[in-house]
Design a protein around this ligand. Structure first.
Ligand SMILES: Nc1ncnc2c1ncn2[C@@H]1O[C@H](COP(=O)(O)OP(=O)(O)OP(=O)(O)O)[C@@H](O)[C@H]1O
Length: 258
């Protein structure tokens, strides 16, 4: 990243072993019914520590997207529970779940999902506007400084590179200080250099701002930016690796695919 400004740490991350930001307990998810049904998640229990950047990996069809959707309240587990802070989100009605996603969860997708008629700054501020939330200007300034987007704020997305657009999307997800940011293949549409900038930004948001980040990725290099990798296979947690290197992640993935 061009701008080397670092986040100050106004609220340091919880000490290791503190309460989890997100916890899944015995999550089962079956898609479809009858003979064509698929058990995408087969009893997943996993904690995501506050202030940690965690990657979820696994072979194709292992349940990564389904898990992310259940953790984020975008899909409902068939059984088991998901807790966001002290809230069991699997017990919320649709209206409360919508509010919880709006107010306590940030999302970053492979497609940047920026509104083309709004500038970078307007895109970043949009969720706060929709929720009629006051904007923490100091946080906005810090985030913009770390993204290196300060001189791009008044550009429309079409005038930004893919990496810059995704950094706008990450800034948008971070601004409201959500309990957790979920990133689904955030570098899938980017070249390796732009991807590295986005991953640096995600890692820095965890380290500097204490932001909890959970990312699904197929890419061992992307996973190596995380503090920890949770591996799925056949809808179950198959391994859990701290301080991952790209080589260790590749080797583990090959083992799971074999
Ligand atoms: N809406 C759905 N209806 C039926 N089956 C589904 C649905 N969504 C996912 N599945 C099945 O559930 C299993 C897990 O899918 P999921 O997309 O969660 O895996 P994944 O690890 O994210 O895969 P990939 O790496 O290919 O994106 C797969 O067998 C998939 O075919």
């Amino acid at each position: 990243m061009q701008d080397t400004t670092q986040f100050p740490a106004p609220t340091p991350p919880d000490r290791p072993g503190g309460p989890a930001a997100v916890a899944a307990r015995g999550v089962v998810k079956t898609h479809g019914t009858g003979t064509s049904s698929v058990r995408a998640l087969d009893g997943v229990s996993v904690d995501f520590a506050r202030g940690a950047f965690t990657a979820i990996m696994g072979p194709s069809g292992s349940g990564k997207s389904t898990l992310l959707h259940c953790l984020a309240g975008l899909d409902t587990p068939t059984s088991g529970s998901v807790h966001l802070g002290g809230t069991d989100i699997t017990r919320l009605d649709d209206r409360r779940l919508t509010l919880l996603r709006r107010d306590r969860v940030g999302f970053v997708f492979q497609a940047f999902n920026l509104l083309p008629t709004l500038t970078a700054e307007q895109n970043i501020l949009l969720p706060a506007q929709i929720a009629r939330r006051p904007v923490d200007r100091a946080r906005f300034d810090h985030i913009v400084a770390v993204t290196g987007l300060a001189d791009r704020l008044h550009h429309l997305p079409a005038k930004l590179s893919g990496g810059q657009q995704q950094r706008v999307a990450v800034a948008r997800a971070l601004l409201g200080a959500p309990d957790v940011v979920y990133a689904d293949e955030p570098t899938g549409n980017l070249d390796s250099r732009s991807g590295a900038e986005v991953l640096d930004f995600l890692a820095e948001s965890a380290r500097g701002l204490g932001q909890t980040v959970v990312m699904v990725t197929h890419d061992p290099v992307a996973a190596s930016y995380a503090d920890r990798v949770v591996f799925l296979r056949d809808g179950r947690v198959a391994d859990d690796v701290a301080a991952p290197t790209a080589e260790a992640v590749s080797a583990r993935l090959l083992g799971l695919e074999g």
